[in-house]
Design a protein around this ligand. Structure first.
Ligand code: IMP
Ligand code: MG
Length: 181
């Protein structure tokens, strides 16, 4: 039972991810120069991205985490989102940067963004490592995107299938048979 046996294809290698994360951090550092953003990582998938992004980021930033779960239903377009874990820092008058692993329907992120706006954050931007634009159900303005990808289910670098594969260093597509196990 090895994770590597379940991988069909590597979509982005650890090296490619590292380069892109560094570029994003440089862009964010320029945009947030002179400010001290509150980086809010969306659990669980974003934990590794947050850790790598912040260590490449040459501006002071506070970090917190939030956990939300969205239940998309075939009939509703808006979806339903539940807050499972809130941030502990105060986001009022802060420049919030929401950091997500992957944006699919956009339901979770648009809901979280609106919540931060309602809480009177000074600004709210979104950074995501991956985005699947073809899957979008709600329009959400994403300022920083690592890679746009086709409609494929990916794992690794924090992302899971049934809580597995989060610790893979590459971002991978699983073999078909894994889903039928
Ligand atoms: P949405 O944008 O609200 O539909 O949800 C995005 C969340 O769904 C992400 O944060 C992931 O947790 C999960 N997700 C969507 N696509 C994938 C994928 O390809 N692999 C792993 N998790 C995914
Ligand atoms: Mg996520």
């Amino acid at each position: 039972m090895k994770y590597s046996d379940d991988i069909m294809q590597v979509m982005f290698s650890a090296e490619q991810i590292k380069c892109r994360v560094r570029e994003l951090a440089q862009q964010i550092a320029v945009d947030y120069a002179g400010r001290r953003p509150l980086v809010v990582g969306v659990l669980k998938g974003a934990w590794i991205f947050v850790a790598d992004l912040l260590r490449e980021l040459d501006v002071p930033a506070d970090v917190d985490f939030i956990c939300a779960s969205s239940y998309g239903s075939g009939t509703s377009t808006s979806g339903e989102v539940t807050l499972l874990k809130d941030i502990t820092l105060d986001c009022r008058k802060r420049d919030v940067l929401l950091v997500e692993d992957i944006i699919d329907s956009g339901v979770t992120l648009s809901w979280l963004k609106q919540m931060m706006i309602d809480r009177k954050s000074r600004s709210v931007n979104i950074a995501t490592l991956l985005s699947k634009p073809s899957r979008r159900k709600v329009d959400v303005d994403v300022k920083y995107v690592g890679f746009e990808i086709p409609d494929e289910f990916v794992v690794g670098y924090g992302m899971d299938y049934d809580e597995r594969y989060r610790t893979l260093q590459d971002i991978c597509i699983l073999k078909e048979e894994v889903y039928s196990k």
